[in-house]
Design a protein around this ligand. Structure first.
Ligand code: DX5
Ligand code: ZN
Length: 227
């Protein structure tokens, strides 16, 4: 998995009436700013683990067919990530990130990592802002990616929670060079530099890229804050 700094467009904020050109445009701006361009972030929500519903494997499979060379970083905000891991892998997920709060996995987080890896996907682990970082520690050696949520998961366009950066500073020194530290929520040109300073490699960006009036200006301002 690539670990140099990258911005991952979060397609939750894409125009799903014209998904392929909109996502390709966002990726092209990241590539032009030399911060990513090969990876998208895909948010799956079930209305139980988080208070919103997005989309699932059938939609991801269509996106996979439209974007065959792009790495799909899939963030499962669902109660049963193991039950649905294979379906997401088959739909095109390259990495599958699950929440330690998910009822299905919270008593056996390492077992969940192994079950997801058995699908052939890479494995990510994440936690909500109110969950202590200790909850991911026992599973660190079993994951490819640790995602720190810097908003309450469920919606794009929320305010960055700077207090979550302490988790990044704790985790980063414990990761191997090939393990990725990712942050998700409220990342924009004003907040991305703090996250980089806390050790983050991958920056999920939804509204600050897709909703920008000038995507070139948005991506280059974020790039200049982290490169
Ligand atoms: C929130 C999602 C995010 C969301 C981020 O639950 O996990 O990926 O798209 O959106 P912004 O960048 O607008 O905070
Ligand atoms: Zn996400």
């Amino acid at each position: 998995m690539p670990s140099k700094p990258a911005i991952l467009p979060s397609i939750l904020s894409a125009d799903f009436g014209a998904a392929k050109p909109d996502i390709l445009d966002a990726l092209a701006h990241c590539r032009a700013s030399k911060v990513g361009g090969d990876v998208i972030h895909v948010d799956v929500m079930d209305g139980h683990l988080v208070p919103n519903i997005s989309f699932g494997p059938p939609v991801i499979a269509k996106l996979r067919a439209a974007l065959p060379a792009i790495f799909f970083d899939v963030h499962l905000m669902i109660d049963e990530p193991v039950r649905y891991a294979e379906a997401h892998r088959k739909a095109g997920a390259d990495n599958i990130t699950f929440h330690v709060e998910a009822p299905e996995v919270r008593s056996d987080v390492i077992g969940a990592c192994k079950a997801i890896r058995a699908t052939g996907a890479q494995v990510g682990i994440t936690l909500k802002p109110g969950t202590p970082i200790d909850r991911v520690m026992p599973a660190l050696e079993h994951v490819d990616l640790v995602l720190v949520m810097s908003v309450e998961p469920g919606f794009g366009g929320q305010k960055f929670m700077a207090d979550q950066l302490a988790k990044c500073r704790t985790i980063k020194p414990l990761l191997r060079p090939n393990q990725v530290l990712e942050i998700d929520g409220g990342i924009n040109a004003d907040t991305i530099g703090q996250a980089r300073a806390a050790g983050v490699d991958w920056f999920v960006v939804g509204s600050a890229l897709f909703d920008a009036n000038d995507r070139h200006a948005a991506s280059s301002a974020m790039a200049s804050a982290i490169l």
